[in-house]
Write a protein that binds this ligand. Sequence first.
Ligand code: NI
Length: 168
Amino acid sequence: MSLLTILEFPDPRLRTKAQPVTEFDSALSSLIDDMIETMYQAQGIGLAATQVNVHQRLLVIDVSENHDTPQVFINPTFTIVDEELNDYDEGCLSVPGFYETVSRPRKIHVTAQDRNGETFELEAEGILATCIQHEIDHLDGKLFVDYLSNLKRQRIRSKLEKEHRKSA
Ligand code: NI
């Protein structure tokens, strides 16, 4: 397994719309394992392929307490079960060091495929529902900072650009 490089806001590649996964082969399996390892190493609870510059509809999530239960969602879609909104202080491995409150529907019904291409469905609420919506946004080229005011997003952008210049 190998660690993958995570793109950081405002990298324009994060705005790419991902294409459906069609090949459920060993290359896909390796990518999934690398993404899970990368997510754990970065201490995140979710990672979308877009964030590692692979523009396929694939994400990994682990919201378990011990970080030992990774979940894989390929070609995920969801419908809203409960319109009521939940507020979470969201963070993102592509926006390191920033946490802001975002409101999203609290309960969703998810349909996705596993690494073998088998379709599964589940109902998600709480942090899992938030996380899945956040990660699917990545596949559509969207970031949680898009839900913030222009002023806040601009401030985050300037701070990260400064960081990137320092480490370049
Ligand atoms: Ni994210």
